[in-house]
Ligand binder design. Structure first.
Ligand SMILES: NC(=O)c1ccc[n+]([C@@H]2O[C@H](COP(=O)([O-])OP(=O)(O)OC[C@H]3O[C@@H](n4cnc5c(N)ncnc54)[C@H](OP(=O)(O)O)[C@@H]3O)[C@@H](O)[C@H]2O)c1
Length: 251
């Protein structure tokens, strides 16, 4: 891995935990991590795995190693067979313990339908209980199943109020949040005014076709201005880190 921006004094392997450290002052910070082809496709054959590679997995693991909570949309859980919890990694154990973090990030699945496999290892065998973020008027039997399977955060009715959900997590000391998509959830997080940063892996391939982009939803009006923070590269992949330039006031 090489750091291109900011240009380092010496050509040494960047420490990803340092490069991607959450801002020290932020009690609440939502970072997204997404991968896209050079022509902007966020899906290859309906999944994101075909876009990834070993270098991308390094960044993926580092971002998970730093987070309190990983937000993921229910469609990604369903289509990617996202049934495993985050695993504690030795590399991050000491720093997590020193920061008062759980041994691994908790996965938080966002869903209104609650059409989720509550018998999967994601719910039944996590290092840290899996969270379901949903709405008060979710199907009652599914809500009861979610409560049996882990922690439930209720945020409004109809569609989850993601600003309220993120704030609830931050109020319970879990404000370093990593959103792993998909594009629909990421759009909702941005619309809710809770996106602080986007980490994008540019995968060295062209796909064409009609795949979703990394953010898929209504137009953001006005657009979210971004500032470039870091660019890394390995194996032809580019890893960019952009911060939202006009952050929400009280993070
Ligand atoms: N390139 C990448 O980095 C990347 C990352 C992740 C996923 N993906 C790909 O993206 C695709 C899936 O993404 P997607 O955009 O279709 O869906 P998604 O964002 O993964 O999930 C959408 C679902 O999340 C729930 N949801 C989202 N916002 C909500 C809200 N405010 N309140 C309540 N529920 C909410 C709903 O679940 P319910 O329907 O259960 O109510 C909704 O149907 C897959 O092909 C996956 O492989 C790519």
């Amino acid at each position: 891995m090489r750091q291109l921006i900011p240009r380092p004094n010496r050509d040494i392997e960047p420490d990803l935990a340092v490069v991607y450290a959450y801002p020290g002052h932020a009690r609440r910070w939502v970072r997204a991590n997404m991968v896209a082809s050079v022509d902007g496709a966020a899906q290859a054959d309906g999944k994101s795995g075909g876009l990834s590679g070993e270098a991308d997995k390094k960044v993926f693991r580092a971002l998970r190693g730093l987070a309190d909570v990983i937000l993921v949309g229910a469609a990604t859980v369903r289509t990617e067979g996202y049934h495993q919890p985050a695993v504690p990694r030795d590399q991050y154990a000491a720093a997590r313990a020193a920061a008062g973090q759980a041994p691994a990030a908790a996965i938080a699945v966002v869903s209104a339908s609650l059409d989720l496999a509550f018998d999967a290892p994601l719910y039944q065998a996590p290092a840290v209980p899996t969270i379901t973020i949903t709405v008060a008027d979710a199907p009652p039997d599914r809500l009861a199943a979610a409560r049996d399977a882990g922690e439930v955060v209720i945020a409004g009715t109809g569609r989850a109020d993601l600003a309220a959900a993120v704030d609830q997590l931050a109020e319970t000391g879990r404000g370093h949040i990593l959103c792993e998509g998909g594009p629909n959830l990421l759009s909702a997080v941005a619309q809710a005014g809770r996106l602080d940063e986007i980490c994008l892996t540019l995968s060295p391939q062209l796909l064409s076709g009609h795949a979703k982009r990394v953010v898929d939803g209504p137009l953001l009006d006005p657009p979210l201005p971004l500032t470039l923070h870091t660019v890394l590269t390995e194996d032809g992949f580019l890893f960019t880190r952009h911060l939202v330039a006009q952050p929400s006031a009280d993070r």
